[in-house]
Design a protein around this ligand. Structure first.
Ligand SMILES: [Zn+2]
Length: 364
């Protein structure tokens, strides 16, 4: 059989998984950024289709509902409405519009918060909306040290949780605006830390490298959340789980095309790479999308943004989860990709051997 390119599927690859049943599937979509306004150029000189984005969401839901086996859930990776709704005084109206579309989905949505959520609402407000999906979280059964994200006496909290839709698989939603100058009240202790980050006084990426990602529209993960993530990943390692992590901002410099990168991406990568269980990181934020297989075998997927998808296209995906790999079936601007796991604890079938024997390289 012809050798296959990791991270991107080709026609002959279909034979590899056509006879296998996936354990389950899930949908993924990013940067809907709906607003009831005319199309227009962004500050990056890219065209945005503000009204069309809600129709793209509707089309994606119709296609997920029509799957023979329903996706178990959808990951909505943040920026569900556009920041311009704030100055147009249409924030709640636009949020209601997209949530009304989501009501038609026959599966639950897990929501992540991006910068555009914070252009429209503060954290206290968001916590009381349907964009707070922590009610679907799992608690670790044998860990007493699971940090709470529900709030602490000093007013600090973050929006992150995990869940296991199927034995041996866990999804972790992280808050990449935990460190942020957006959405934080003036008396929040991490606000000062965040301001210092932007001022260059607290650089953990201080290796002389490009620091242009230190922008207000990006953010990072604070120490408490990193410790919480480390704890959950330790549990997954011990229980032989495969873990998919999702956040709004890309965390690998090669998985995006612009300055869209988490402030302390190297701190986050360090935690994630210290655990064998992590197989994939899903992000949005950079509407051009991106993909990178890092040196640890972790797939970094940046989803193309719905908001920059013209009429007649779209940007969403359905991920089919198998024993040894996942397949991202993209729609519209999102490519189809084969995503082998970095670690194989079970015997692989003969067909798959030919494609995953070369997973240790890096690909841009
Ligand atoms: Zn964003």
């Amino acid at each position: 059989m012809a050798c296959k390119r990791i991270g991107e599927t080709r026609q002959d690859m279909a034979s590899c998984y056509q006879n296998q049943e996936p354990y389950f599937s899930f949908g993924v979509i990013a940067d809907i950024q709906y607003a009831d306004r005319d199309d227009g150029l962004s500050g990056w000189r890219t065209m945005r289709y503000y009204r069309q984005s809600c129709l793209h969401l509707r089309s994606a839901i119709e296609q997920w509902n029509a799957e023979v086996t329903l996706p178990k859930f959808v990951l909505q990776l943040g920026d569900i409405i556009d920041g311009s709704n704030n100055r147009l005084f249409t924030s709640q109206k636009s949020l209601d519009a997209v949530l009304n579309e989501i009501k038609n989905a026959n599966m639950p949505f897990h929501h992540i918060w991006g910068n555009h959520e914070f252009y429209n609402f503060n954290r206290d407000y968001l916590r009381d909306t349907k964009l707070n999906t922590t009610w679907m979280q799992d608690k670790l059964q044998d860990s007493e040290n699971e940090a709470s994200h529900g709030g602490s006496p000093d007013g600090y909290d973050y929006y992150a949780y995990h869940f296991s839709p199927c034995t041996k698989f866990r999804f972790i939603l992280i808050d990449t605006y935990d460190l942020s100058v957006l959405g934080r009240s003036k008396d929040c202790p991490v606000l000062q830390e965040s301001v210092a980050f932007l001022d260059g006084g607290y650089l953990t990426n201080s290796n002389g490298s490009d620091e242009r990602h230190l922008q207000e529209f990006n953010g990072g993960m604070g120490r408490e959340q990193l410790a919480w993530l480390d704890n959950v990943l330790t549990y997954s390692d011990q229980n032989n789980e495969r873990v998919i992590i999702a956040g709004h901002i890309p965390i690998h410099p090669a998985a995006k095309r612009s300055y869209c990168l988490a402030w302390n991406y190297d701190d986050i990568l360090k935690v994630i790479r210290s655990h064998e269980c992590v197989v994939c990181y899903l992000a949005g934020h950079d509407h051009s999308g991106g993909y990178y297989l890092d040196s640890h075998g972790i797939h970094h997927i940046t989803m193309e943004g719905v908001i920059e998808s013209p009429p007649g296209t779209n940007a969403f995906g359905t991920v089919y989860v198998y024993e040894d790999f996942m397949v991202l079936r993209g729609s519209g601007r999102v490519k189809e990709r084969l995503l082998p796991y970095r670690r194989h604890t079970q015997k692989r079938d003969d067909c798959f051997k030919c494609s995953c024997s070369s997973t240790t390289g890096e690909e841009g």
